[in-house]
Every structure is written in structure tokens, then in C-alpha cells.
Design a protein around this ligand. Sequence first.
Ligand SMILES: *Cc1c(COP(=O)(O)O)cnc(C)c1O
Ligand code: SF4
Length: 359
Amino acid sequence: MITTIDGLPPALAASVSPEEHAYVADIQRRGMLPFAVTPHFASLARPEKNDPIRRQFFPDPREAAFDPFALDDPLGENCYRAAPHLIHQYRNRALLLAARTCAGYCRHCFRRVWLTNAEPRPEGLSLFNQTVHEVNLQGPLDYLAEHGEIQEVLISGGDPLTLDNACLDSLFRGLRQVRPGIVLRVCTRMPITEPERFDSETIALLACFYPLKLAVHINHPQELSDPSRTALAVCVQAGIPVYVQTVLLRGINDDPRLLADLFGECLDMGMFPYYLFQMDLARGTAHFRVPLKEGIALYRELGALISGPGLPVYALDLPGGGGKIRLHEKSITGEAHTARGAAYSLQDTGGREWYYPVN
Ligand SMILES: *Cc1c(COP(=O)(O)O)cnc(C)c1O
Ligand code: SF4
């Protein structure tokens, strides 16, 4: 894992400006999301400031800008915490925070508080060393045993593929023991950031826990390197359904033609484009936000460029805990001048109003 500017490929290291140097040097003291990237993901970046890969992993001094709308718990998940590390917001599915680290950090991450406050991993430990005892499973398992209405568990984090295979095996087994047949949805970015993680042993492990699906975070066609394509194709061929989740990122993928190419390629590979997410209001991410009205217009154009099964749902997790809603022209029900600034009002599925910034 690369965690210093000197560790980057030389051309990338040379592209770092004095402002960026100063920001990275200060990142820990400021309590910001750490800087870390895999050599593989760094190798996909060109040494230009606005390169779509570089921008996703290299810390940007704009992260320190004040954002009146920023929230430490952008999805309001603390309201739905059913057990330690278990979020139960929707009746028949729950989300387990099974890991507290990733194969590199995305600068747009909305779970940055969970990741930033984790114990730093000891020097010299490999990437896949984490054990579930960092995350106590008994509470979540007891809760699942008592709540028969839960039919699916999203296994998230962090990136659960940072757990080693023995750990994943015992995690999956534990879940299936309290609820035979429960659907497992493993949310990961590892096929993109560290495709070597998907060796034959890992694929066999995932395939043997059917019904298990992968939800893979992919934002840009440049991320689909040959090793990543191979890893994903092998999953598909092994009968593991792969869903694609994409975050709409300003200056990175906010272009309907680019997104049509991305989802078209994913579809051709046998994956299912699932969600295109409007940015959550995590601290330090405002410079990635596409204004809501622009996002809605872009999604409309995207719909005209792509076949039905290639079109993901454009969704927003309402800031503060309103849950996911689908975004379209009629989602915006009004405009308000809140204490934080100009905001649109949007309704959750129960008709309650929530706010999202105009810009
Ligand atoms: C997104 C999410 C889910 C899954 O919702 P789907 O509509 O099934 O994709 C479940 N729990 C939480 C807390 C979520 O944020
Ligand atoms: S992989 Fe997911 S959890 Fe990890 S930093 Fe990226 S967005 Fe956040």
C-alpha cells in the first residue's frame, strides 16, 4: 500500500504541487481521511491534476474547505443502529460494517469517519490481515437471530475483502448459521483497487456461499484495467451476480456519454448497473458534488443513450436518515432558505421532507 508521496510512481510524485504536499503532510493532524492507494490503482492514473483516477485517491486541499451542509453521519445511520456495527434501516435487509479499512481510500468516501477513527494498522502487516474480532459479531448475529424479517445482509465497511479468506468464511458461515439461506451482498471496491485479491481461492469461496452477490464500486471506464476485467469476468463466470454502484463525481464522470460507455461495458461483461449515487454530504467532499438539477438533467440524457438493463437507478440517500430515494424531475418538491444555505426539499418514501443543498 502506498501511503506517502514518495511511494507513488515517479511521474505522479513529480506532479504533486506544493499545496498538495503541505496538505498531505498535515492530513493526519487535521483528522482527515488518511492517504492510501494500492500500487495497482495508482498505476492507472496519469500525472495530471484532473485525471479521474488521481482525483479519486490523491488528497485535495479543497477537502479542508468549510461546507455548511457537511455531516459526520451523512446518512443518519446512527438512528438505525440495531446492534454494534449493524444498521437496520429497511425492513427486510440490514447492513453490517464488517471491516474498518480499504485497499486505498476514495477521497469521496461517505464513511470517512468510520475509517478515519479506526486503529491504524501496524507497520508491515499485509493488506488482508484483518480479523473480524476487530468487529464483534455476536451482537449482530443475535439481532439477526431475533429478526426473521431480515432476508439479506449487506456486508460492507470499509471493504470486507480486506478480511482474509478464513475470516470471510467464518463470517459467512456465522450469518448462514443464524439464518440459513440469507442473501449475502458483499459491497467492495477491491476488483478495481486490488484485482489480485480475486484469485481462484477467493472466487471459489464466494461462489460456494450462493446466494451471494457482489456490489462493486466503479466510477470510470479508466478503472476497468485488464486485471480488473479479468477478476470481474471470472466472478460472473463462476455464477456470482455482480452489481455495479457508481458515485456521480464532478469533473470525473459527470458526462452522460462517459457514463453510457461505463455502464454499457459493464453490461457487456455480464454485470448489472445498479445505482448511480448523488453525493452524500460527508465532510470534505463538496468539490465532488454535482448540483442536483444538473445530475437530474444528466440522468435524463443518460437514459436516452443506453439500453434499459444498462441504466442504473439514480439515487440519493437523503441526508440525515431519510433513506434512499430515486431522483428524477419531480423529486424536488420545493426550495428553501435553510440556516445552512439554499436547499431543495425532497420527500422520503413516507412523505417526510428532507433538504439537500442547491449547489
Ligand atoms: C442502501 C442500503 C441498503 C440496501 O438497499 P437496496 O435498495 O436493497 O440496495 C440496506 N441498508 C442500508 C442501511 C442501506 O444504506
Ligand atoms: S472503498 Fe468504499 S468504504 Fe473504502 S474508501 Fe472507497 S468508498 Fe469508502
